[in-house]
Design a protein around this ligand. Sequence first.
Ligand SMILES: *Cc1c(COP(=O)(O)O)cnc(C)c1O
Length: 388
Amino acid sequence: MKRDTRIIHAGSHPERWNGAVNPPVWRASTIVSPSIAAQRDLNGPNRFANVTYGRHGTPTSKAFEEAVAELEGGSHCIAVGSGLAAITATLTGLLKTGDHLLMTDGCYGPTRYFCDKSLTRFGIETTYYDPRIGGDIASLIRPNTKVVFVESPSSGTFEIQDIPAIAAAAHAAGAVVVADNTWGLGTFMPFEHGVDVSLQAATKYIVGHSDAMLGTITVNNADLYATVRGSVALFGFSAGSEEVWLGLRGLRTVSVRLRQQFDSGLKVARWLESRPEVLKVWHPALPSHPDHALWQRDFTGGCSLFSFELPPMARERLEAMVDGYHLFRLGYSWGGFESLAVVTSDEYVRTATGKSGNPIVRLHVGLEDPDDLIADLEQGFARLKETP
Ligand SMILES: *Cc1c(COP(=O)(O)O)cnc(C)c1O
């Protein structure tokens, strides 16, 4: 069956819930057993498949994990309380003192802060690499390099990474490839391209309604699952029942939302590209993007997060343009039903392509009619013109 079909039914077990299509929100910390022997069985080798204690998951989170594993094309998934928790739990589970991490320069800002401020305290060194390095990453791999982290496209200027080439070099050196696949949800199949651990800020498109924080870690083999699940358990990362339930609800409609938002986003991006005010539109699905060919090779679509670059200008002019948007509200998140804009800073955009220092406006296109969004942006350019 096609993935769209599988996503609708994955993790759905009406026979367990008196025929209800969706599982209930299980509110549980304590799980009791009828005997010591039964308790011992529960905590045996199948510990993480059983429901043993609220922190390790409930039938609601297990249904959600089953469905996300299907969406990402992996064998096992672990739900945690946020996207950042998925990143930190995975890195701390795979790395130890003396290890070396290769991190893309295009990573999500807080991922960088975690490496610089937290991993360093445990004696784990990070080297940042150009996201467009491809197979040349081999020259940066050291004997103690245990993880190569990819995020494609980059936050900011949306460089696409040659993940198959990077993964081949990493695997030749025995390193694990971890991907932040939030942008590529459903359109970049991580395990078909050499990724070993795929992370989602489920807060974004999976939840899809801007009302819950959630993260997922998906793997495609039992050993990695045991390692990362063990780390998640020991750090006490867990996801709330209400949140996983909202995640499961959002996931059922994610394919159709993604397609709609991708199409609307491209319409807006093409319109921006036609505007004289705009220096560059950073969207990998546009033929003008430097990595368009790689996107075409490895992705079957995309989402609705991209950016555009403007020439240097006085802060007041940029503020007049952006502060006056009605439909694009100012917010750091994305993946919800509503459109958002944010002006990214140099601190966020670190890659060679993004180092121009020019203002870059990142847009998330929601489910509004794209013509209305274009009108909102057009009024912004009018304000820009009127502001000296
Ligand atoms: C938002 C985001 C995260 C973090 O997710 P939270 O749920 O906010 O912790 C991680 N990676 C990317 C690419 C993101 O956009």
